[in-house]
Design a protein around this ligand. Sequence first.
Ligand SMILES: Nc1ncnc2c1ncn2[C@@H]1O[C@H](COP(=O)(O)OP(=O)(O)OP(=O)(O)O)[C@@H](O)[C@H]1O
Ligand SMILES: [Mg+2]
Length: 452
Amino acid sequence: MATNPYRPGPGLPPSVLAGREAALQEARLAADAVASGLGTAPLVYFGLRGVGKTVLIRAIARELERNRFFPLIIEAEKGRAFSRTFTEVVGQRIDDFAALGTQVGRGAKRLLGVLPTVSFDLPNETGSISLARAKIDENPNVKSLVDSLTELNAELSRARRPLLIAVDEAQEADLATLRAVLRVVHASMGTERAILGIFAGTPTLRAHLGRAHTYAERFSFSELTMLDTEDTRRALVVPAEQYDTQFTSEALERLVNVTSGYPYFVQLYGAYSWQTHQNHIIETRDVESAIPLVEEKLDAGFYRVRLDRLSPREVAYVMALGSLGPGIHGVSEVAARLGRSVRDVSSVRNRLIEKGMLYSPLPGAIAFSVPLFERFIERHRTELERVLVTEPYDRRKSNYRLAPGAPGKSLEPTLRPARAEFKARAKRLRNETQGRIVAESAALIREARDER
Ligand SMILES: Nc1ncnc2c1ncn2[C@@H]1O[C@H](COP(=O)(O)OP(=O)(O)OP(=O)(O)O)[C@@H](O)[C@H]1O
Ligand SMILES: [Mg+2]
């Protein structure tokens, strides 16, 4: 069988980048403005996990590099100083900088000098070498960083190579370093050395950039969403066509439906449906046999790893949110499902936001950061409820305590009424109408749309 033409996985470039023509066009216009010395506001792409942010910014960088831009793509990481990641990227490109001339090479080295680096002290002891770790996670002096990045940009501009700084997962970049980068980009506007800044990340990125610099108000924000029906079809059909393979129309519609147009799911369901096809035709039976395999894979990995990081209380919160159906919901609605006040559950909600599980698209509203998480919850509702019966939402009120002789830390309810009460509550939750959206959350959704 021919090679599988689908590319499921973080950052894996799809054979066709469907539905992103407008974003690519916007980047071309921005690049023209920069190259002609006008400058432009940085571009920001935000969206849920797996929606295609990384592949989009890499595609933009590749295209602009062919038009003389010098791209620096830096992916920020949770819990790691952004300045350190920045150093690594500049370090890896040092030969590319040097190839543009001595001055550019020197500029890059100076920049490396102000960023914290991994260095080791080698004491003068014969026979043994002990390596002491230098202070690698310190933030650099912001002023020196601003000065040397500005100088490097000036050298690149003399070599007629406009700088493109693309920061992926930018919501993880520490504010001090991010602020320095934004200052340099901002100051370059309206000069002949304008820098093109591109930032990509989860929906919390907007607020993060706002905290880093007031200039962020003027950035050009675009939300990357799921692909529409036509683009989903194209994302499925074009890769198969490269191997003279077609979908039956029924198989294609089933895939459009089951993927909901989420790019990662399009690749994943496409890849599994491909595996069983014969005679250059992908039929409904190929798709039907792929569905349980993909769900199993997603449930065991993509969704499960996120769920495993949650405490039982957090699980109760995500179950309540999931029971409200897809999309954005009011925080008061979720609290009501839990039989609590908004205030009671605010700390749990904040922890879920910190863990990257949820995000708040606007004040008073909450949603999953991972696409179709509510479907995962539905598939595993019974199992999840069992976890919660073992340790219900509010342990203080339930009088649960460790049963005498209970092994390890397992909590065994010793008070039956508490369990009965929780079960009744769980049953109420199940029975309530799934798709009901209260006026408040409907208004929130409208507002969110208007804002976009
Ligand atoms: N426009 C597109 N058309 C078809 N497939 C796409 C498109 N964009 C992304 N994909 C596919 O979706 C998957 C996820 O892409 P990518 O890693 O860029 O998403 P992401 O938004 O950066 O995710 P994360 O938030 O996890 O970093 C990859 O398998 C990629 O091939
Ligand atoms: Mg990514």
